[in-house]
Design a binder for this molecule. Structure first.
Ligand code: G6P
Length: 368
């Protein structure tokens, strides 16, 4: 693996564009592409009799875990406790050996995540680690290691590690669902089929949305505040979108569950705060669109990230509508991550910040 920028201006751009290839490689460790089944690597933790799962991580890895929570609960009917590691380690969460714990970390060295792992270990839980660096401390101290195989990630703002963490979490959730008998063999094959198709869809999306997103980033760079909204697994993506934008462009951004709009952020809506709405045409679409209507009625500017069906079903005026292909719910977080990453990237480039080394941030935080 050669660590250079290739034809890209920044490592972050390179890492965004290598996602289709890298994720396909990562999936290959967990999924048998020909048989459309999971490989034994996805079963290193026995989920069948667990009473619950605890997940802990920091930053972008935490947001991947939050998407994972939706998957484990929905597909495997496995209750998930999740917290940022700096809270998890101190909150005195009662845990029992009938649960397992998953720690997600690109570097495998984040101090708070490691401390959370040791806390869960002391309580007698089986420990799984989803890491990029396989020789890391977190990997070493775990019972089961699930590598994300993303290759070195140089940009401080995590991109390919995030989507690879999601791909691994999706594989584990499908495995957990099978082990717990909450999905049948046909449903399992279908979900795995979607995962296998995903890298191709990712390439298509990256190429298709790039010019529009780059043009839009010029407009976005004029604002001081941006709000991201999403529901279901699009909620963690709203958080991730806001995190990416603030980290590298220094524009103040917040992510909110769309349903919480009324409970606070709606007070801020005016023409000076664009609202980025992440809403594939899924079970939550109508609810999210009604939140969008509330924004529009108050003169808010909307950037709508949806799919073909979603765009056709909505007549609200928007500042921009980014239309993605229709995809199954199990892969939509990885697909919707792409325009979000590109929007943050191009906005930062347009503003002239140090994209790969944003001020005050570190790639890996090994102090408390
Ligand atoms: C820092 C990095 C983030 C990363 C977080 C967790 O804040 O800037 O990109 O998500 O640490 O790091 P980890 O290595 O544990 O995933």
């Amino acid at each position: 693996y050669v660590v250079d920028k290739g034809n890209h201006r920044h490592f972050m751009e390179k890492e965004i564009y290598e996602q289709p290839e890298i994720i396909s490689h990562a999936l290959g460790n967990y999924v048998d592409f020909a048989a459309k089944t999971l490989k034994p690597q996805a079963d290193a933790i026995d989920f069948s009799k667990l009473s619950g799962l605890a997940i802990s991580a920091c930053g972008t890895a935490y947001l991947a875990g939050l998407v994972g929570k939706y998957w484990f609960e929905r597909y495997a009917r496995l209750p998930v406790e999740i917290d940022v590691a700096s809270e998890f380690r101190y909150r005195e969460l009662p845990l029992s050996p009938t649960q397992a714990a998953l720690f997600i970390s690109q570097s495998g060295e984040t101090a708070d995540t490691l401390a959370s792992l040791r806390y869960a270990k002391e309580q007698g839980l089986k420990i799984g680690a989803i890491v990029n660096v396989q020789e890391s401390t977190i990997a070493r101290e775990s019972d089961a290691v699930f590598p994300i195989l993303a290759g070195p990630e140089i940009g401080v703002a995590s991109t390919k590690a995030f989507t690879c963490q999601l791909a691994v979490l999706a594989s584990l959730a499908i495995g957990a669902a099978r082990a717990r008998g909450t999905i049948d063999a046909a449903a399992e094959k279908e979900m795995i089929g979607h995962l296998i198709e995903m890298p191709r869809i990712m390439s298509r999306v990256l190429n298709a949305v790039q010019p529009q997103v780059e043009a839009l980033s010029r407009d976005l760079s004029r604002f001081k505040d941006v709000l991201y909204l999403g529901r279901g697994t699009s909620y963690p993506l709203a958080l991730e979108g806001a995190l990416k934008l603030k980290e590298i462009s220094y524009i103040h951004a917040e992510g909110y569950a769309a349903g919480e709009l009324k409970h606070g952020p709606i007070a801020l809506i005016d023409e000076n705060m664009p609202v980025i709405v992440i809403a594939p045409y899924d079970r939550f679409f109508d609810k999210t669109v009604s939140n969008m209507q509330e924004v529009a009625a108050r003169g808010g500017k909307i950037i709508f990230i949806t799919d073909e069906k979603g765009a056709a079903a909505t007549k609200l005026p928007t500042m921009a509508t980014i239309v993605l292909p229709e995809v199954d719910e199990v892969i939509s977080p990885m697909i919707y991550a792409l325009p979000i990453q590109l929007l943050a990237y191009h906005t930062a480039v347009f503003m002239g910040t140090d994209v790969d080394q944003p001020r005050n941030l570190a790639k890996s935080v090994t102090v408390e």
